[in-house]
Design a protein around this ligand. Structure first.
Ligand SMILES: Cc1cc2nc3c(=O)[nH]c(=O)nc-3n(C[C@H](O)[C@H](O)[C@H](O)COP(=O)(O)OP(=O)(O)OC[C@H]3O[C@@H](n4cnc5c(N)ncnc54)[C@H](O)[C@@H]3O)c2cc1C
Length: 487
């Protein structure tokens, strides 16, 4: 059964790869079809950089916005090129639509491996891919690096400061950001892991703590410098805790002369009665045992009461820790405010069964920004929900454009949950299958490599994992500063 699932995964990976190749080969034809069905001058404008530049200067509109493509080819604007937005864009690659993808970053980020960058296992470029390069062969698609600031429903335009772009269909896939539950000031001392910048600054913080401890003479200060507190024991918290434990207790041991990095204290703090609330209790229990065996202190049922520059207070106890990492919760992006829509407690837009915003049938919200109810429960903020949502919305748009619209509602197929601790232990919860240990870790590895965007990234990740597996070494132990220091 399990072997069959892995085999299916492998076949899926191969077919996805072949599919991409076929798409690339077919693109010329698809574009020709588009050109045949539209005014040639307008199609040229869509792809000609020079004209685009002119329109940018003249109108403060985003290129292409000057000519009204919607007369000929419907324009789909996708905001956010994360898991959901990118999947929607790719699913529209052969559709007779003009796609504009807008993201404030120039790269797509594989968030599930951020903790590897934060703990010096991978470099930032290994888990990111430039959005332009991912979509470069998709000729009906353009990419803009811009921060979206609002939506004008009347004019059907997406606003980016003083620029704007028109849409016929709009897909908002702007993700989520960290949530400090009414204590935004805690963010200053306890950074969260959401972006590449977060990951490199957490990496800097962790590595600098060891450096500072090496030259510190006060034993109490050394203790605080070597204490790492992680708030929130969901998948990100446990993965970070395991990775820091391996870094301190294995990778760095022979690098320092004045401190014993094995003395590092890693504390995982959770307000709920147990870790990994989204996983079955038996798997959470096994994970806890694994963490404890790696030297992680697991504190459950202990909400954080205070976070400051010296550490945290939990259940009345002060813990001095120079590094605090927040992985306790997220809230949705600002899309709900742009839309003035009905939102849930986490700020996620309550969408209709076709993922459109009630009252705006051509505006869709997907992924972490959407509150999607299924069988009486809100779907979790995970990559699969975002990707399936992106794929579904693309099919709805294609159906409408081609006059074959159906009323089939979005239905999320849960393909299971995975989480890992350290270099060779994972938990797998797929349907009735529950696995722990090395075999589960191989599945975790295969899935993450499969979903990592870019052949180079997959190759580098496989090599890095193999290297770390056999040596415990963490090659990306760079401390980088935002500004160069004085010579
Ligand atoms: C550390 C970490 C680990 C995770 N691990 C897992 C895991 O193991 N498995 C799993 O399934 N899920 C995991 N997740 C959750 C998963 O990454 C998210 O559910 C998923 O990324 C949501 O996809 P999305 O498309 O909604 O948003 P995102 O992937 O977050 O993409 C949002 C995009 O919108 C862009 N954007 C935001 N605001 C604007 C704006 N105003 N203008 C322009 N662009 C904007 C952002 O730059 C970003 O590119 C993890 C998340 C984190 C942070």
């Amino acid at each position: 059964m399990i072997v069959m699932r892995i085999y299916k995964l492998f076949i899926l990976a191969v077919s996805d790869y072949c599919d991409m190749k076929v798409t690339y080969l077919c693109e010329g034809k698809t574009m020709t079809e588009l050109q045949n069905t539209s005014n040639t001058t307008e199609t040229e404008t869509m792809v000609t950089g020079e004209r685009e530049h002119q329109s940018l200067i003249i109108s403060k509109s985003i290129p292409g916005a000057l000519t009204n493509h919607s007369d000929v080819i419907p324009r789909v604007v996708i905001v956010g090129a994360g898991f959901g937005g990118l999947r929607a864009a790719r699913a529209l690659r052969k559709a007779p639509v003009h796609v504009s993808v807008i993201d404030r970053q120039n790269h797509h980020l594989f968030q599930p491996l951020l903790y590897w960058v934060a703990t010096a296992g991978l470099s930032p470029a290994d888990i990111c891919s430039p959005i332009r390069s991912i979509l470069r062969k998709q000729k009906n698609t353009e990419v803009f690096m811009e921060e979206v600031t609002g939506i004008d429903f009347q004019e059907q335009r997406v606003l980016m400061g003083d620029r704007s772009v028109p849409y016929d269909y709009l897909v908002l896939a702007t993700g989520a950001h960290d949530n400090y539950f009414g204590h935004p000031e805690w963010g200053h001392y306890a950074p969260a892991l959401k972006s590449i910048v977060d990951a490199t600054s957490i990496r800097r913080k962790i590595l600098l703590s060891f450096e500072a401890a090496e030259i510190e003479t006060d034993p109490e200060k050394v203790k605080a410098l070597l204490t790492f507190a992680l708030v929130g024991a969901g998948p990100t918290g446990i993965e970070m805790a395991g990775a820091i434990a391996e870094l301190a207790h294995k990778a760095l041991v022979s690098d320092f002369r004045h401190i014993d990095t094995r003395m590092a204290r890693i504390i995982l703090i959770e307000a709920a009665p147990r870790i990994l609330g989204a996983f079955p209790e038996s798997l959470a229990q096994k994970t806890k045992q694994k963490l404890v065996s790696m030297g992680v202190e697991v504190r459950t049922g202990t909400p954080v009461e205070e976070v400051d520059e010296h550490g945290v207070v939990i259940a009345g106890e002060r813990i001095n820790a120079s590094t605090i990492i927040w992985s306790a919760g997220v809230s949705a992006s600002s899309a709900g405010k742009w839309l003035d829509a009905d939102v849930d407690r986490a700020g996620r837009v309550k969408v209709a069964s076709d993922l459109s915003v009630p009252g705006h049938p051509n505006v869709f919200v997907i992924g972490d920004t959407a509150s999607i109810m299924q069988e009486g429960k809100a779907l979790p903020g995970v990559a699969q929900v975002a990707m399936q949502g992106g794929h579904y919305v693309a099919s709805v748009i294609i159906g409408r454009v081609e006059g074959k619209a159906t009323n089939k509602p979005f239905f999320y197929r849960d393909k299971g949950n995975l989480a890992t601790v350290g270099r060779s232990f994972a938990i797998v919860d797929i349907g009735n299958i529950r696995l722990t240990g090395f075999f589960a870790w191989l599945i975790w590895l295969a899935v993450h490599i499969y979903f990592l965007v870019g052949f180079r990234n997959r190759l580098v990740a496989i090599f890095q994992w193999a290297w770390t597996y056999f040596t415990f070494d963490r090659g990306a132990r760079l401390i980088t500063f935002e500004n160069d220091r004085d010579p």
